[in-house]
Design a protein around this ligand. Structure first.
Ligand code: SF4
Ligand code: SF4
Length: 267
C-alpha cells in the first residue's frame, strides 16, 4: 500500500475565543469563492466548517499556544481586535452585568476583563469590523497565500459615503454619526439608509475623535451620551477608549457641578 502524500497546501486554522460566531460566518458567506479557497488551503481547524481537527490547546494558555504553532496569526473582528462588546465589562463590575442579564448568574464563569488578542501575543494582521466584511477577509486570505501584505484601507466611512453619493446624515440632518472617525469596510451601510454610523469597524487610522466629539456636542450631545457613543463594539480600541474616558470624566465633573452646562467643560 502506498503511503499518503503529505499535503503541500498551507493550513488554515480558525480559532474561536470569547465572541459570537459572526466573523467566522463571514468566511462561510464567501459562497462564490469558498470552493476555490477550500482547494487552496488545508482546513486544520474550523468548527463552523469541518469536523476535522488537529490536536489543539485547551487551557487558559490557548492564545499563546496558537501563536506558537502558527506561522501567521490574523485576528478578525471587534472581539479579537479590541475586546468587542464584552469589553464593556472593563468599565464596570462584570458581575453586575451577569446579575442583570441572567436569572442565575451563579452559573456564569467569565473573566473580569476582555482584551484584544494583540495584548497577549504578536499578531501579523488585524482585520476590523463587527462583523468583518467578507471581501476584506478574502483579500487578507489571498494576500497571505500570495506572501504579500493585505491591502485594506484605513480611511474613514465618510469616504465611502462620498464614493456612493450618500447624503451626509450628520451635515444634512444633524444625526450623530461616528463615520468621520470609523474605519471603512462596510461600504457606508448605515448612512446609506439614513442612520448614523455607530463605529462597528472601530477607529480609522487617523481618527480625530476630539474634533468629532466637539461637533456632536455642538449639535446637543451631552458628555454622557458621547461617552456611551464611543463605548460600544470597539470600546477597548485606543482612540475610542481615550475619547470615552475624556467624556466620562467631563460627565462625572458636571454631575458634581449640576449648574454647569453639558458637554466639555469650558476652561
Ligand atoms: S453620513 Fe456619517 S459617515 Fe457619511 S459622510 Fe456623513 S459623517 Fe461621514
Ligand atoms: S456605517 Fe458604521 S455602524 Fe454602520 S455598518 Fe458601517 S461601520 Fe458599522
Amino acid at each position: 500500500m502506498t503511503a499518503p502524500v503529505p499535503s503541500r497546501r498551507p493550513s488554515l486554522a480558525v480559532w474561536k475565543f470569547a465572541s459570537c460566531d459572526g466573523c467566522q460566518l463571514s468566511l462561510l458567506d464567501c459562497e462564490d469563492e469558498l470552493l476555490a479557497l477550500a482547494g487552496a488551503v488545508q482546513i486544520a481547524h474550523f468548527t463552523e466548517m469541518t469536523r476535522r481537527h488537529v490536536d489543539g490547546p485547551e487551557d487558559a494558555d490557548r492564545i499563546r499556544e496558537v501563536r506558537a504553532v502558527s506561522r501567521h496569526v490574523v485576528t478578525i473582528g471587534a472581539c479579537a481586535t479590541s475586546g468587542g462588546i464584552q469589553g464593556l465589562r472593563n468599565f464596570a463590575a462584570a458581575g453586575e452585568y451577569a446579575g442583570t442579564v441572567y436569572a442565575h448568574p451563579e452559573y456564569i464563569r467569565s473573566l473580569d476583563t476582555s482584551t484584544p488578542i494583540a495584548d497577549h501575543v504578536a499578531v501579523d494582521f488585524e482585520l476590523h469590523g463587527c462583523p468583518i466584511d467578507r471581501r476584506q477577509l478574502l483579500e487578507v486570505l489571498t494576500a497571505f497565500l500570495a506572501g504579500r501584505r493585505p491591502i485594506v484601507p484605513g480611511h474613514s466611512v465618510c469616504q465611502e459615503c462620498k464614493g456612493r453619493a450618500t447624503v451626509c446624515v450628520l451635515v444634512a440632518h444633524g444625526t450623530p454619526c461616528l463615520g468621520p472617525v470609523t474605519r471603512s469596510g462596510c461600504g457606508g451601510l448605515c448612512p446609506s439608509v439614513g442612520r448614523g454610523c455607530f463605529g462597528c469597524f472601530g477607529p480609522a487610522e487617523t481618527a480625530n475623535t476630539a474634533a468629532l466629539a466637539g461637533q456632536l456636542h455642538a449639535l446637543g450631545a451631552t458628555a454622557d451620551e458621547l461617552a456611551r457613543l464611543f463605548r460600544t463594539f470597539n470600546a477597548g480600541a485606543p482612540a475610542f477608549r481615550a475619547e470615552a474616558e475624556v467624556q466620562h470624566t467631563v460627565a462625572v465633573a458636571l454631575r458634581r457641578r449640576p449648574t454647569a452646562p453639558h458637554g466639555r467643560m469650558a476652561e
